[in-house]
Design a protein around this ligand. Structure first.
Ligand code: FAD
Length: 336
């Protein structure tokens, strides 16, 4: 198997890197512990209610990413989301009139990942979901939770959040250095399915104080079912304090807070006949990312044939994850 490349992580960064490498004719095996592609751009469906419970939307500023988003939009995989958006404080909504263009995957945020997965497919590479890599040893060899070993690989790219990468990459590897101090904030996401629409003057709002920092009516995004579906993201401090709570405890507490927030628009209180579930993102968004100190938005060692990429290397968002994967793959191709 010498000459092959392994990528750990089928989020936006890993999928983008794979797409660029396979397009250049390289053989790439991709591993992810999840059931499908997308990582933090996942979506969840509960009957007719659909929720983007991780990334909510993305912006596009770099020419390479704008080009990709234009292509996906032409193909129907992404679309502009134009919500009534602003900030919410003390029961008052203040609409924001900025010119930010917000894009979403259609019909769910994970559509970008699905498209990248298709674009990067090749007959000579494999994709393994529900495969948690537990150890990596130089060579490169990967081992999963069932004790199956994969390898040897000539090159290895690790795209997991830094805390997980630190545990995976061999302690003696120089890849440990850029990972020092790269931390992420957690986020509890609450998904609420309602039987009836609620008449708010907004579809999404940022909240500056309290336990909830973001709320969005998911069905206001293009291509979603009509069923009234709300996503609430807890504040990082609250999420951290409640990191070991059970999902049911989080549902109970955050639902009460959500009810308080939406009280002015709920004639009979909240929640009448709702269903709610909670999801914990342990590493939701980079807290202190070394993007400023990684000059190329990724890390690559030609001596070790080992690379790191992901949102934490490049501004911490969907666009950053794309650029990080793209630029690392291009560096590898330039050197071969
Ligand atoms: C609640 C929340 C809200 C957000 N809101 C926004 C937003 O509005 N706009 C925006 O642009 N961004 C937002 N983001 C951030 C955005 O989702 C990320 O920046 C981006 O998706 C990161 O992509 P990535 O490929 O770097 O990492 P990930 O998506 O985390 O991909 C890493 C992959 O590695 C896999 N993995 C981890 N460990 C292992 C292992 N041991 N073995 C195998 N696989 C493994 C994971 O399953 C995952 O699929 C949000 C994120 C969260 C969680």
């Amino acid at each position: 198997m010498v000459g092959r490349t392994a990528i750990v992580g089928a989020g936006i960064a890993g999928l983008t890197a794979r797409q660029v490498l396979t397009a250049a004719g390289m053989d790439v095996d991709l591993f992810d512990k999840g059931r499908g592609p997308g990582g933090r751009t996942s979506r969840r469906g509960i009957d007719q209610w659909h929720f983007d419970h991780g990334a909510q939307y993305f912006t596009a500023r770099a020419p390479e990413f704008i080009q990709a988003v234009n292509r996906w939009t032409e193909e129907g995989h992404t679309a502009l989301w134009e919500p009534r958006i602003g900030s919410l404080m003390d029961g008052e909504f203040l609409e924001s009139r900025g010119s930010v263009q917000r894009f979403v995957g259609v019909p769910g945020m994970n559509q970008v990942a699905k498209r990248l997965l298709e674009e990067g497919s090749s007959s000579s590479g494999s994709t393994s979901f529900e495969t948690t890599i537990t150890t990596i040893r130089p060579g490169w060899f990967l081992r999963d939770t069932d004790d199956v070993e994969y390898g040897p690989y000539e090159k290895l790219i690790v795209t997991t959040p830094p805390a997980q990468a630190r545990a995976l990459v061999p302690q003696e590897s120089s890849a440990q250095v850029p990972l020092i101090g790269a931390e992420a904030d957690p986020c509890w996401a609450l998904m609420v399915a309602l039987d009836e629409p609620i008449d708010t003057p907004f579809d999404a709002a940022f909240i500056r104080d309290g336990s909830i920092r973001w709320i969005a009516r998911n069905n206001s995004k293009p291509g979603r079912p009509d069923a009234e579906s709300w996503v609430f993201h807890a504040d990082p401090v609250w999420s951290d304090r409640n990191i070991e709570s059970t999902p049911q405890e989080v549902v109970d507490e955050l639902t009460a807070h959500a009810g308080d927030l939406l009280k002015p628009w709920l004639p009979e209180g909240f929640p009448p006949g709702i269903r709610a579930v909670a999801h914990r993102w342990r590493y939701a968004q980079p807290r202190s990312f070394p993007g400023n100190t990684l000059p190329d938005d990724f890390w690559w060692s030609p001596e070790e044939n080992l690379g790191l990429c992901g949102d934490w290397c490049c501004a911490g968002r969907v666009e950053g994850a794309y650029l990080s994967g793209l630029r690392l793959a291009r560096r590898i191709l330039d050197a071969t």
